[in-house]
Design a protein around this ligand. Structure first.
Ligand code: M6R
Length: 615
């Protein structure tokens, strides 16, 4: 949600900033801009629209200089426009600032600044912050430390809300200041150069060494050195980490879209999720990162899973897996609800927060609320070093590699796989026998090859998508473990095609949804040969009796489904526990090809951003 890139070094800043913004475009893409400092002062370019529009402007009027800040925006305050695009400048026009987050008390600060003679040209909260920092800058005396740093610290002490910022000032041309609270910011350390970025994908081409800044950190950078101070503590510690992927991992390669590439990466992603985590000997999963002793694992008598969007759907599948395999009661809650709901939790409840990015504001809020109440919180994250990963008491990394497409795909199947591992581990601490454990391990290990097999049906799925792409709405049905998959299938379709879609537990059809069935409303029915197959067949007949077209996801060789449904996508024979991973894949492909048939911008759907770092 908004992306920041800043550079200070010996090279020309503009090309590095533009390239970095292109890599962060998935975080927001309604407008962008940059400010570059050189011997003649501060120079700005801003443009509504995609980064491409800013690039075109930069080609006509290039900015030269070795220090610059830049931003790609996902609008919160003020419509997408040139004037609301970042960077914003202060009253003197000498300071420029980019910001990711929301300044909650911007109205009162703005009123005060207006009463002191400031005038504003945008509708944003960010411009208020730029003026506030600038105001402190002019009032502060020169000293032995950077005046810009001191001005940033003084301003942020007055601010309520969230921010990741990068700031430059014409009067301190060799200094770049960054700070964060609630929005991610990473310092990249090069040779004779430094970077700031919202996420490492923007800078991985230039350095592998980074510092993941903590909340309330302020970093002051010159070409050769940096200093991290804290708004709340006397001194701030930092750790230099290595980025865990290469630039090539974040490239599209020969695929037309990141989403398709990431769908096809799933055999590898699942392999990464299970590598070294299955013990045949002990017939269990090995998840050292949980930081729980066998006794502590044994003592858990309730689990709460929370997250947003796709991550929440993975949690819903996780609920079924843990309850049926380990017999531990599980509750799943929207992170955005949990953080304000004040729900009673049992003392021996273990909390899981699920997040691909590890930066989702609502999920982070839920994590902090649960920890504040004294609960042990474990994270299931993909981004190493993300805030959720760092603030959790332990957890499991997905190791799915960078996911750039706004629509989550491989992160979802990785999350579901990790829940299967957790269910196995908890099960083996309880009643699950070694032979049952071994059977689950065998089933999990088959997943990569089974996914490959499903991917082999891509052309068939593309044809089905073309047949139904003009529908105005679609219904997704599944039961038990497949209900979460139905919800996820519907979310995927909505996100990237803008077709109205909803997911239901199949038997709910007769309780109202059946009123929606007609010849123009396709139903996507997930009905593999599992424990509720026969029940599903009755529901399938009820849809067909009302002339509703049905695309079924069925187990290969299922002639009953084949004879009822209009179109069938085949799933390999698999256990109930691993089927949810498998049934997700055709639904992702169906959404993808429906979107491309409708000419949608698959990797950057309207109004969305990959990482939702505001409430
Ligand atoms: O990074 P997270 O997993 O925390 O993101 C949560 C949701 O914002 C995310 O899953 C969203 O629903 C995706 N766009 C779904 O494709």
């Amino acid at each position: 949600m908004c992306g920041i890139v800043a550079y200070l070094g010996e090279k020309e800043a503009q090309p590095l900033l533009l390239e970095g913004l292109r890599r962060l475009e998935y975080r927001g893409y309604d407008s962008s801009g940059m400010a570059v400092l050189n011997g003649t002062g501060l120079h700005l370019l801003k443009k509504v629209g995609r980064i491409q529009a800013l690039s075109a402007l930069a080609e006509q009027t290039p900015l030269h200089g070795n220090l610059g800040i830049s931003h790609t925006r996902w609008a919160t305050h003020g419509e997408p426009s040139d004037r609301n695009a970042h960077p914003h400048v202060d009253a003197t026009g000498k300071l420029a600032l980019v910001h990711n987050g929301v300044i909650e008390n911007y109205n009162s600060l703005k009123k005060r600044l207006i009463s002191e003679g400031h005038t504003f040209t945008s509708d944003t909260d960010t411009e208020v912050l730029a003026h506030l920092v600038g105001d402190h800058f002019v009032k502060l005396p020169a000293g032995t430390t950077s005046r810009l740093e001191r001005a940033v610290i003084a301003a942020l002490r007055e601010v309520q809300g969230t921010y990741g910022i990068a700031v430059v000032h014409q009067d301190e041309p060799g200094i770049l200041v960054g700070a964060r609270r609630g929005s991610p910011l990473v310092l990249g350390i090069g040779t004779g150069e430094h970077f700031l970025a919202s996420d490492v994908s923007a800078i991985v081409a230039y350095t592998q060494k980074v510092v993941y800044l903590n909340d309330y950190d302020v970093v002051t950078i010159d070409r050769n050195a940096f200093r991290v101070s804290s708004l709340t503590k006397r001194s701030a510690g930092f750790e230099i980490s290595d980025i865990d992927f290469q630039q090539a991992d974040a490239e599209k390669g020969d695929f037309p879209h990141y989403m398709l590439k990431e769908i096809f990466e799933q055999p590898q992603a699942i392999q990464n999720a299970i590598r070294g985590r299955l013990s045949h000997e002990e017939a269990t999963a090995v998840l050292g990162g949980l930081n729980l002793s066998p006794q502590e694992l044994r003592d858990v008598d309730r689990i709460l899973i929370t997250g947003c969007g796709t991550a929440l759907h993975a949690g819903m599948v996780g609920e079924h897996l843990i309850e049926s395999i380990a017999q531990i009661p599980v509750e799943v809650d929207f992170a955005s609800e949990f953080r304000y709901r004040n729900c009673p939790l049992d003392r021996r409840t273990l909390v899981f927060v699920v997040s691909q990015s590890g930066e989702t504001a609502d999920t982070l809020g839920a994590l902090r609320e649960a920890r504040r109440k004294g609960f042990r919180v474990l994270g299931i994250c993909n981004n190493v070093g993300s805030t959720i990963a760092r603030e959790s008491d332990g957890g499991v990394y997905m190791h799915a590699g960078p996911e750039i497409g706004v629509a989550a795909t491989k992160s979802f199947t990785s999350q579901v796989t990790i829940f299967a591992l957790l269910a196995l581990l908890f099960g083996r601490m309880r009643h699950l026998s070694a032979s049952q454990g071994r059977q689950i391990i065998e089933d999990i290990e088959k997943l990569p090859a089974q996914i490959e097999k499903i991917l082999g049906q891509t052309e068939r799925i593309k044809t089905i998508a073309a047949k139904y792409c003009q529908a105005h709405s679609m219904l997704f049905f599944g039961r038990l473990l497949q209900y979460g998959i139905a919800l996820e299938g519907a979310l995927k379709l909505k996100e990237i095609t803008y077709i109205n879609a909803s997911g239901y537990p199949a038997a709910e059809l007769k309780h109202g949804i059946i009123a929606l069935i007609d010849k123009n409303t396709p139903s996507i029915f997930i009905c593999p040969q599992d424990s509720v197959h026969e029940k599903n067949m009755s529901t399938l007949q009820e849809i067909k009796a009302r002339k509703g077209p049905v695309i079924a996801l069925a187990t290969e060789g299922d002639t009953t489904v084949e004879s009822i449904a209009d179109d069938v996508i085949w799933l390999p024979k698999a256990s109930d526990y691993t089927l949810p991973v498998l049934s997700s894949i055709p639904l992702q492909l169906l959404s993808y090809y429906t979107a491309t048939a409708l000419n949608r911008d698959v990797d950057k759907p309207r109004n969305l951003a990959k990482s939702v770092t505001v409430e």
